[in-house]
Every structure is written in structure tokens, then in C-alpha cells.
Ligand binder design. Structure first.
Ligand code: HAM
Length: 433
């Protein structure tokens, strides 16, 4: 019989790992709340055209997409990233209509890219991403970087570096395109086959080549900075001033062009500087995009966003020994002594209905074994349902920390448990000191 395992480049997230994901998720939700972002969930697959836009030469679009068809007519693709689907949805649902702009949207979920798997690089991985659509301002670019940076910092990660660059406006891009074509004119024949194609369609992509990146001609390629229009320079200066004002440390990295084709103006990445984070050091990346809302048939609105690779965040957390595990401990453990029928379950159910995480003893077991369970669940309060006490409709409640124990009527149990979790008032009869 064939023994199945998870497919190459995917991972099972097991229960003992999930606490870390929940910690990050909670932090993301809290942080997005204070920044005024609302969650959006778009489908995991879209019409291929949503991702594969005209003249797109990025590796993600040309090589890494999981594309399929069910009837030989429709071409569908598993989402390799979140931005395109969110912008498609923004336009489809006319979110630019009568609401305050920018629209501030965030998403968390799996993405799919056919890449060679290695540490920090999977075929199914998870992103937390944000898209801020509708207002083009250097302030929003800086605010967006600040949001991503705050998440990383709030997780307790310190070995990170913010890199920023600008790709300028359309006119700057055209100037730069001409300069790159001129620069690589002779050299293109010595570049890889992908770069030969990139030379024809979008020479900027040559700078991002994983095969040729060590070549001298790439190292000495013209720098974008020299081809920026005055407006683009001014825009970038204002982004930097806002980052300074927000106290966000950054480095301008002139060779940062990003791996995707849709960026204009500000681009940024946050990279890990920890020696153990491995080759895949980019934790998150993003930037401004000008033409995408129009591509999907919407008005001429600009957007800016980023996506954080959740797996890479976890790798860095481990390297920096930041414990993200949520240690879930039981509030109450309900023990049973003798023939008590279903009372432990009923009591448990009442405690749960009152918000207490409660575990109970299911089958007859020795007291010693039950106390082991109390330890294992790290329960703070124990309720003992005993055969004799039950005849008088009573149970015992014990506070583990103080070892104080009281007997009470079952109907008053919640009151007593509440007491053990609260400060007692003066003269209280509950037994807790
Ligand atoms: P990206 O740079 O392609 O940008 O991906 C963002 C992050 O996702 C990367 O920095 C990395 O942490 C993570 N990532 C990418 N591929 C993999 C993989 N195969 N395995 C594990 N992690 C991976 C985007 O996706 C853009 N949509 C970001 C954006 C949003 N730009 C504007 N808005």
C-alpha cells in the first residue's frame, strides 16, 4: 500500500506548532485594528489573467504559477500572491464608490508558487499582507512600512533591517529603461536565456536575476537614482523624511528592484540580519503600484502594500529565541471520586459556559492519576465531585496555588470558582486568603 506524505514544498502545521501561528495572527489582527485596516478574504484561485498581466516578466508569473483548467477553456491559477486578487475585488465591488479612501485591507492565508523548496521557501506558504488603495502620498508609503515594521518589532524580533528604494514614476522608468538597454546591449549575449528575454521586454528584471546576479555587468549597471524625474526624487525624499519622523531606521538600497513587475515609486524590503536565518532572508517586501486598479477596469487610483512571509517570520523568531508559543493552560480540572455518573461532565459544561477552559476526568482513575492530569493541564483550580458529597448536592473546590479548599453547593460552584480567579473581598467565606 502506498504511504502518502505531504506534497513536496508543503508542510503540515501540527497542533504543537499552531500556538505560534495564533500568537502572530492575534498580533496582526490587533495591529491592523489600530491602523484602521479591515480583513478581506479573496478566493485561493482566480482567472489566470488576474495574475498574468500583459508584459509581466517576473519569475513568479512566467515560471512559478500553478495553472490549471477543468474544461479546457477557462484557465485558472492558484494565487501566488495576494495583491492582484485584492485589487480585482476592490474594483469588482466598487470599493472606491462612496467610502472614505484609502481603502485599507489586510489578508492572511496560503499562497502557491512552484519554486525549488528549501528552508524558508515553500510551494505553499503563508502571507500576511496589506493593501492601502486610493491615496497616493509619501505619508501613506511611510505609514505602510511602519505597520509592517511594528508587527516585526512587536513580535520581539531585533535582527532586522529596512531597505528602501524608488523606481520612480513612468517617465523615470522610461529613462532608466533606455539606459539599461544601452548598458546591456553588448553584454546581453553573455547573460542567461531568461535575461536575454528580459532584455527585450523589461531590462529592469535583469537586475533581479538569480542566475546572473554576480556578473560584473549587473554590478555596474546604471543606478535608477540618476534617471529619476524631479517629482519622483521629491516624492522619495518625503518618504524618507516621514520615516525619519517616525523613527524607523532604514537604508537606501539602490539595487533593490523587487521581484514583481507592478511597482512604481517606493519599494521596500525588510531583511533578517541574523546569521541563522539562511539564504531566504527577506521577511517582507512591498511597494507602491500605480496601474493595477485601472488594469482591472477601475479609476486611476494608486495603491501601496506589503506581504510578510509568515514561515520566514517564524524562522527568525526561532533563530532569535523568541518564544511565540501560546502556552494554553486549563483554568479548571474536574476530578471524580467514586460513582458520580455524568455529574463531572455537567459541571464541566457549566464552567465552560461561564468562560472557563475546563478539562475533566472521563473514566474511573486513581486520585494520583487524576492529579497528574491536573499538572499536565496546569489547571489553576480543581473541582472534586465525590460520591458522598454528591448526596448533599455538594462539591469541593480547591485553589492549586494557595492549596485552599472549600465545600459548596453545586448551584453555587461558579460563584466559588469566580472567587478563586478574583481578589477576595474582606470577610469573604470562600476559604481563599
Ligand atoms: P513577494 O516579495 O513576492 O511580494 O512576497 C512577500 C514575502 O512573501 C517575501 O518577502 C517572503 O517573505 C514571502 N515569500 C515569497 N515566496 C515565498 C516562498 N516560496 N516560501 C516562503 N515565503 C515566501 C508579494 O507577494 C507582494 N504581493 C507584496 C505586496 C503587497 N506588494 C504590494 N502589496
Amino acid at each position: 500500500m502506498k504511504k502518502y506524505q505531504n506534497a513536496r514544498g508543503t508542510v503540515d502545521l501540527l497542533p504543537n506548532e499552531i500556538g505560534k501561528w495564533q500568537t502572530i495572527r492575534k498580533l496582526i489582527d490587533d495591529m491592523c485594528f489600530v491602523y484602521g485596516y479591515k480583513e478581506i478574504q479573496t478566493p485561493m484561485f482566480e482567472d489566470t489573467g488576474v495574475f498574468k498581466r500583459e508584459h509581466d516578466t517576473s519569475d513568479m508569473v512566467t515560471k512559478e504559477m500553478y495553472t490549471f483548467s477543468k474544461n479546457g477553456v477557462d484557465s485558472l491559477t492558484l494565487r501566488p500572491e495576494g495583491t492582484a486578487g485584492v485589487v480585482r475585488s476592490f474594483v469588482q465591488h466598487k470599493m472606491y464608490g462612496n467610502q472614505e479612501l484609502p481603502a485599507k485591507l489586510y489578508y492572511v492565508g496560503p499562497m502557491f508558487r512552484y519554486e525549488r523548496p528549501q528552508k524558508g521557501r515553500q510551494r505553499q506558504f503563508h502571507q500576511f499582507g496589506v493593501e492601502n488603495i486610493g491615496v497616493k502620498s509619501p505619508l501613506v508609503d511611510a505609514e505602510t512600512i511602519a505597520l509592517g515594521y511594528s508587527v516585526v518589532k512587536a513580535l520581539g524580533l531585533s535582527h532586522v533591517k529596512v531597505l528602501i528604494n524608488t523606481l520612480g514614476d513612468e517617465a523615470s522608468r522610461k529613462n532608466y529603461d533606455v539606459a539599461l538597454r544601452e548598458h546591456f546591449k553588448e553584454e546581453q549575449h553573455n547573460l542567461c536565456s531568461d535575461c536575454k528575454r528580459r532584455y527585450e521586454v523589461n531590462p529592469l528584471r535583469i537586475l533581479d536575476c538569480k542566475v546572473d546576479h554576480e556578473k560584473e555587468s549587473i554590478k555596474h549597471a546604471p543606478k535608477m537614482d540618476d534617471y529619476l524625474t524631479e517629482e519622483s526624487k521629491q516624492y522619495f525624499n518625503e518618504v524618507k523624511q516621514a520615516l525619519d519622523a517616525l523613527d524607523i531606521p532604514y537604508e537606501v538600497e539602490p539595487s533593490l528592484v523587487r521581484g514583481l513587475d507592478y511597482y512604481t515609486h517606493t519599494v521596500f524590503e525588510v531583511v533578517s540580519t541574523h546569521p541563522e536565518s539562511g539564504a531566504q532572508a527577506t521577511i517582507f517586501g512591498g511597494g507602491r503600484y500605480d496601474g493595477m486598479v485601472e488594469y482591472f477596469g477601475g479609476p486611476s487610483l494608486s495603491g501601496v502594500g506589503f506581504a510578510i512571509g509568515m514561515e520566514r517570520l517564524l524562522i527568525l523568531a526561532e533563530a532569535e529565541q523568541v518564544d511565540l508559543n501560546k502556552h494554553v493552560e486549563a483554568d479548571v480540572y474536574v476530578m471524580s471520586l467514586g460513582e458520580v455518573g455524568n455529574v463531572p461532565l455537567v459541571v464541566t459544561s457549566q464552567l465552560r459556559a461561564n468562560g472557563y477552559y475546563t478539562e475533566y476526568n472521563i473514566e474511573p482513575r486513581s486520585l494520583k492519576a487524576q492529579f497528574k492530569s491536573v499538572d499536565r493541564f496546569k489547571a489553576k483550580v480543581v473541582v472534586i465531585v465525590g460520591q458522598d458529597e454528591l448526596k448533599e448536592h455538594k462539591v469541593s473546590v480547591k485553589d492549586i496555588a494557595s492549596q485552599k479548599q472549600v465545600q459548596c453547593d453545586i448551584d453555587e460552584l461558579i460563584h466559588y470558582v469566580d472567587h478563586f480567579f478574583e481578589e477576595c473581598h474582606e470577610g469573604c467565606q470562600c476559604g481563599k486568603e
